[in-house]
Design a protein. Structure first.
Ligand code: NAP
Ligand code: ZN
Ligand code: ZN
Length: 355
């Protein structure tokens, strides 16, 4: 069985360290990808540290994967060796249920197969993600990267990008709509860029006053420091849509108050602890909705990548060597990242060669 180098956690309390994992030989429908970069999502941290129930160890995170196809199975028709490709948060789904047939594999009724921490039907055990030199994936769950998308800055599109694109499209962010984006991190900064490119009026909500100038540079028409009650009150009942990317629990009511009649707040962040209760009286008073959304289907992920290639949209990144991943997690927790860490996988190959 072929092996690959990876970084993973052996338990919720141990730092990530180098390990060797198995990757299957490409089957008839599989492509093998030599990973060039992998983005660092807050979900990686939640998972590696066991903040959500059910982490399987060793845990090898990473679902913002980009690289080059290095082998293809006999029946692969969409990709050839040398193609520039990406893999996001899923590597399989049932392909038969209503959601899969509608191209919404992320909502597969049998559960989509996550790129990491999901049952591995090929090798047994669980799937290992993109903090690794290689991955083998069914061609139907592989995305194509246009030539003008740089590997490193495009990597975060595979999770952060699609996680914002899908709800922005579903709730029709566009001209004439006022859209709020809460939390200026990996997801939030893609939300600002995409909502702006879709033609909406965009307001960024941040707890970090120091990020205000950046938010405008990224495309926000206005920035609100959410801890400032007067700034918040100035936007009462004015939003069509608010997409909330915050990774920790907080008062959702503060944002419900900013929605106009028929407005929707979409939850994208998945804090490990519950949110405080929501004021239903306010919700019925203006027919408000609270919703949630996860990543996006394969077809819409390709649509988002092509939109980004056409509009020159990529992530703002800080490239790190694999060995700095634990430090990067600590900095992410402090909000000290502008605005996505991306691992240079050549550094992991070099570690392996030196070992
Ligand atoms: P991130 O880069 O760490 O950004 C999160 C942002 O939330 C921070 O930059 C900060 O923004 C804000 N924040 C953090 N703690 C806060 C607190 N206590 N109160 C208020 N604001 C706070 O994380 P990310 O990678 O964007 O991920 C965000 C969340 O989305 C995570 O929970 C992740 O698991 C989840 N996620 C969900 C999906 C999905 O499919 N739905 C996909 C990917 C990730 P400011 O400094 O601007 O306030
Ligand atoms: Zn993610
Ligand atoms: Zn399905």
């Amino acid at each position: 069985m072929p092996h690959a180098l990876a970084y993973g956690a052996q338990s919720a309390t141990t730092p990530l360290a180098r390990l060797t994992i198995e990757r299957r030989e490409p089957g008839p429908h599989d492509v093998r990808i030599d990973i060039v970069n992998c983005g660092v999502c807050h979900s990686d941290l939640h998972t590696a540290r066991g903040e959500w129930a059910g982490t399987k160890y060793p845990s090898v995170p990473g679902h913002e994967i980009v690289g080059l196809v290095s082998a293809v199975g006999a029946q692969v028709s969409k990709f050839k060796v040398g193609d520039r490709v990406g893999v996001g948060c899923m590597v399989d789904s049932c392909r038969e249920c209503e959601s899969c047939r509608e191209g919404l594999e992320q909502y597969c009724e049998k559960g989509n197969i996550g790129t990491y921490n999901a049952p591995d039907k090929h090798l047994g055990g669980h799937t290992f993600g993109g903090y690794s030199t290689q991955i083998v994936v069914d061609e139907n769950y592989v995305l194509r990267l246009a030539d003008n998308l740089p590997f490193d800055a495009a990597a975060p599109l595979l999770c952060a990008g699609i996680t914002l694109w899908s709800p922005l499209r579903h709730w029709q962010a566009g001209p004439g709509k006022k859209v709020g984006v809460v939390g200026l991190g990996g997801l939030g900064h893609m939300g600002v860029k995409l909502a702006r490119a879709l033609g909406a009026r965009v307001v960024m909500f941040t707890t970090s006053p120091g990020k205000a100038a950046d938010a405008e540079r990224l495309g926000a028409h206005e920035v609100v420091v959410s801890t400032d009650k007067a700034q918040m009150a100035a936007h009462r009942r004015s939003f069509d849509l608010i997409v909330n990317t915050v990774s920790a629990t907080h008062e959702l009511d503060d944002y419900m108050a900013l929605l106009k009649r028929d407005g929707t707040q979409v939850l994208l962040g998945v804090p490990p602890t519950p949110y405080p209760p929501i004021n239903v009286g306010r919700m019925i008073g203006t027919r408000l909705a609270i919703a949630a959304s996860t990543i996006g289907g394969i077809e819409e992920t390709q649509e988002m990548l092509d939109f980004c290639a056409e509009h020159g949209i990529v992530s703002d990144i800080e490239v790190i060597p694999m060995a700095k991943i634990n430090e990067a997690y600590e900095r992410m927790l402090k909000g000290d990242v502008k605005y996505r860490f991306v691992i240079d996988m050549a550094t992991l190959k070099a570690e392996g060669a030196a070992a």
